[in-house]
Ligand binder design. Structure first.
Ligand SMILES: Cc1cc2nc3c(=O)[nH]c(=O)nc-3n(C[C@H](O)[C@H](O)[C@H](O)COP(=O)(O)O)c2cc1C
Length: 208
């Protein structure tokens, strides 16, 4: 059984381009391979709580208080979803040149020493090897080329965080210029959909 974890993080509900495209990826993969199992986590509609002085020890240390036990429980649950996944599909809009805070907070819960990474004399080692990630990025502007590529703190950051956990097989699908008017938006969605068709065939073949 091939397990897919779908993580959306747009706060724009049904107007979200990344949600639309993530749904396309899932539909295309499951159409080609009905045997895959899909688990969903919606960080836009139901964000995980930010870490605070009251709960951080539950994730970064040893839980003692009720709040710390709650954050440990949630961290274990999110880690369980991640570990069970062969393929993780992220919907990741660009917010303020980086990630939505919902997705950022999720990383705070799953980047745990001894669980998803470890340190040795040789340096950090990612522990979640053997998984692949597909990241749908929606952006108001254009960052793939030209001077604005220097202020893309979204894609390199996601790539680094996933790689830090050992997930190095990462494919990005970009829908850019979403803020440039309806025509540009449609063009971006159509372009991303073409990529999704090609990608879904590869994922379905792996899942077979
Ligand atoms: C809070 C917020 C911050 C944003 N910041 C940026 C930005 O820094 N650069 C950019 O190109 N677009 C930015 N946008 C536009 C979104 O990237 C664009 O609307 C994208 O389609 C959002 O993804 P979604 O449609 O899946 O919600 C921002 C949108 C929001 C809501």
């Amino acid at each position: 059984m091939h397990n897919i974890l779908v993580i959306n993080s747009s706060v724009s509900g049904n107007d979200s381009v990344s949600r639309l495209l993530v749904a396309d990826v899932v539909a295309a993969v499951t159409r080609l391979n009905p045997g895959v199992r899909v688990t969903e986590r919606d960080l836009g509609a139901k964000p995980v709580p930010h870490l605070t002085a009251d709960n951080v020890e539950g994730v970064r240390g040893s839980p003692a208080t009720d709040e710390e036990h709650q954050s440990r429980k949630l961290s274990d649950q999110l880690l369980g979803e991640l570990r069970a996944a062969d393929t993780i599909i992220f919907g990741a809009p660009m917010y303020n040149f980086g990630l939505p805070t919902g997705l950022r907070a999720w990383f705070d819960y799953v980047l745990r020493a001894g669980e998803t990474f470890s340190y040795s004399e040789a340096g950090p080692k990612g522990l979640l090897v053997g998984r692949r990630a597909i990241v749908v990025e929606s952006r108001g502007g254009f960052y793939s080329d030209g001077p604005s590529s220097a202020i893309d703190f979204q894609e390199p950051y996601i790539l680094h965080l996933l790689g830090f956990m050992g997930i190095t097989d990462v494919t990005f699908i970009r829908a850019e210029k979403i803020g440039f008017g309806p025509e540009a938006r449609e063009e971006a969605i159509a372009g991303a959909r073409e990529e999704i068709v090609r990608l879904a065939r590869r994922v379905a073949a792996l899942a077979a």
